[in-house]
Ligand binder design. Sequence first.
Ligand code: NAI
Ligand code: SF4
Length: 429
Amino acid sequence: MRYYPNIPDLNANSSINLLLKRAKENRTVWIEEYETTGGYSALKKALTKLTPEDIVIMVEESTLRGRGGAGFPTGRKWRFALANPKPRYLICNADESEPGTFKDRIIIERDPHLLIEGMIISAYALGAELGFIYIRGEYPAGYMILEDAIEEARKKGYLGKNILGTDFSFDILVYRGAGAYICGEETALIESLEGKRGHPRLRPPYPANEGLFGRPTVVNNVETLSNIPIIVTYESYYMSIGPAGYYGPKLFPISGKVKNPGVYESTMDITLRELIDMAGGMKDGKKFKAVFAGALGVYSERDLDTPMDYSPKGFGGTGTTIVLAEDDCIIDALIVIGEFFHHESCGKCTPCRVGTYELLNILKKFQEGTATEKDIKYLEHLCENIPVGSICGLGYSAPNAVRDALKKFRDEFYLHIEKKCPAGVCFKE
Ligand code: NAI
Ligand code: SF4
């Protein structure tokens, strides 16, 4: 096997052993081991015993929701695409770039055939003959592993012409991003795949109706597609995994001030508090302060009983959990997020391009001790108005963390106006 660069030894653990069945150790499971541990049996079942429609119904009944962050029902998205004539394309979005999000890489680097099998079954259900994996440029090992695993699958007849002797043909091409967060937005991703600059398109039309090269295209996340072999294997039993309406396994990447940061697999009937306990609880006995849900929301101690599901009051999203302790400064953490959005805004819409710059500058005033009460009002104004004139998820969500922090940690803003940092991070001599 060739040398694969940069594979961090991430902690991974599971209470249910579905998505992480083979991925708890830091090594790649290649095709022989994948097959001897039950791999590709779901594909064989799908091609010999099930029609494409059977699989679409299974996915609809499974209640599977998109694990890339938006939580859109997967079966419904597939139906939209199926209402349009062929050729249809399938794209796996492997451009995970949300701050603190590193769950998809565990599947890609350790159990790539789970994703590949999921894509083949999905393509069969969708009537797609060509699929793409768009992987972020910062995952060089993942790219090489996927290329090698796809070649293994071709040699075994799982990919290519007349798969397993049927009249179904499908192949996968892997495409590397070049380090832009915005290319994880599905229409920017499609533009990039088409060889253009990765700028989001106005939606509608949604990709399911008009996507890659103007054709109906389903864009699903790595974790979403990796659920498909599990759904086909377990059928109705899948609906006993987890709470009603939010069935199936979920991966949670946890980082920050916990004892054992890593990726944890669980059903979605746990709470945020229980998830932190799964990661060993707070590091060094420090007091909990906050959770940043990637860059998208802030949770305080009062929110620790939030269910980790996709219900209206649930945690939702990618499941990304960045834990802050008493010695972390909320303003400081918001500046990290603010720098990220300012840097990653593609610049197409003025409210996002200018607004993320302004948001960052105002936050820095709080850190420097030059902010006044007027700056709190200005932050609120920006939080309200950036999403209004933006056309994609980045602009809609860029102010979320600041908006939440202004509600839940408002006192910290006022203390910083008085040049006091409760965590002792800012205003050091
Ligand atoms: P969205 O809610 O607009 O769409 C979700 C999915 O449903 C898309 O595939 C969209 O095409 C489809 N869809 C929605 N309505 C449809 C309709 N009427 N007809 C056909 N298809 C339809 O969310 P969006 O903007 O695609 O994604 C935003 C999310 O992405 C955020 O919640 C954020 O958490 C997440 N995100 C995740 C990242 C990661 O690293 N995993 C990075 C950046 C954002
Ligand atoms: Fe680009 Fe921001 Fe507009 Fe999205 S909202 S298209 S990232 S400028």
